[in-house]
Design a protein around this ligand. Structure first.
Ligand SMILES: Nc1ncnc2c1ncn2[C@@H]1O[C@H](COP(=O)(O)OP(=O)(O)OP(=O)(O)O)[C@@H](O)[C@H]1O
Length: 242
């Protein structure tokens, strides 16, 4: 194994992964620099989620290497990867997965409570993020009382509350209306930049990808140099330039 460049917080080499025999990633390599907002961009089914899950240690790629801060992730055991995700990574899914029995602020505070932070400090940090995301007034509500867009904001607050080293955001604005989308994305990228949080953002939306510092394009599980969107059909009608 050759160690990755020092200035890459995340580094992956030649990732291959299949789902039940169907290829999802075919030889993807990339580096992510500390503090950068990187968009992984491509049409539905091109392998974005699989790539993020490999980089975050949710999934061990069938072939290839993943390194975080010069430490190999692909050789870690399940417990070590779980600890890494808890202590260093944040994750936002396209659909908010909140604990139904907990209030909005308790859901947002969970990463801090799991790390042993005091109840008072966790509550204060969670409320601050909920305010920033314009849902401070919903802090005492349980998820069933919230709109889907409000639940997603809670999930965004939960991902940011512990100031992760890397935030993985998989289509984070999928359940939001377009007006909400830009506010949440601006909050997310501004928070990342001010706190030096590295962001890896999966999106099929060219407008979302444009907010990133750099874009990596995927097509059919492979890295390509760029995707050109043709008309309103978006990336479903993309052409490829390598
Ligand atoms: N659990 C699974 N079982 C079988 N096939 C899967 C599974 N997960 C993903 N795939 C397939 O692997 C390929 C890559 O999927 P992946 O979800 O990584 O792509 P994506 O770009 O994130 O797509 P989307 O934007 O729709 O989430 C697709 O062809 C998908 O159908």
């Amino acid at each position: 194994m050759v160690a990755p460049p020092d200035n890459d917080v995340l580094w992956a080499r030649s990732l291959h992964h299949t789902h039940h025999g169907s290829p999802a990633l075919s030889g993807v390599s990339l580096g992510v620099r500390e503090g950068e907002v990187l968009a992984v961009h491509g049409p539905r089914g091109c392998g974005k989620t699989t790539l993020l899950r490999c980089l975050a240690g949710h999934v061990v790629p069938e072939e290839g290497e993943v390194w975080f801060n010069s430490v190999p992730v692909h050789t870690m055991g399940a417990v070590q990867r779980e600890r890494l995700r808890r202590d260093r990574f944040g994750w936002i899914d396209p659909e908010p997965a909140l604990v139904p029995e907990l209030t909005a602020w308790e859901n947002a505070a969970l990463p801090l409570l799991l790390r042993g932070c005091s109840h008072r400090a966790a509550r204060s940090a969670a409320l601050e993020w909920l305010e920033r995301l314009d849902i401070g007034s919903c802090a005492a509500d349980r998820p069933h009382a919230l709109l889907q867009s409000q639940r997603q904001r809670v999930a965004v607050a939960r991902a940011l509350v512990a100031t992760p080293t890397v935030l993985f955001a998989d289509e984070p604005t999928a359940p939001l209306y377009s007006a909400d989308r830009s506010q949440v994305l601006r909050t997310l990228t501004a928070a990342a930049r001010s706190h030096r949080i590295t962001v890896v953002l999966a999106t099929h939306d060219a407008d979302v990808a444009a907010l990133a510092d750099r874009t990596v394009a995927l097509l059919d599980g492979r890295r390509v140099n760029s995707l050109h969107v043709n008309g309103a059909e978006g990336l479903d009608a993309c052409s490829l330039s390598v």
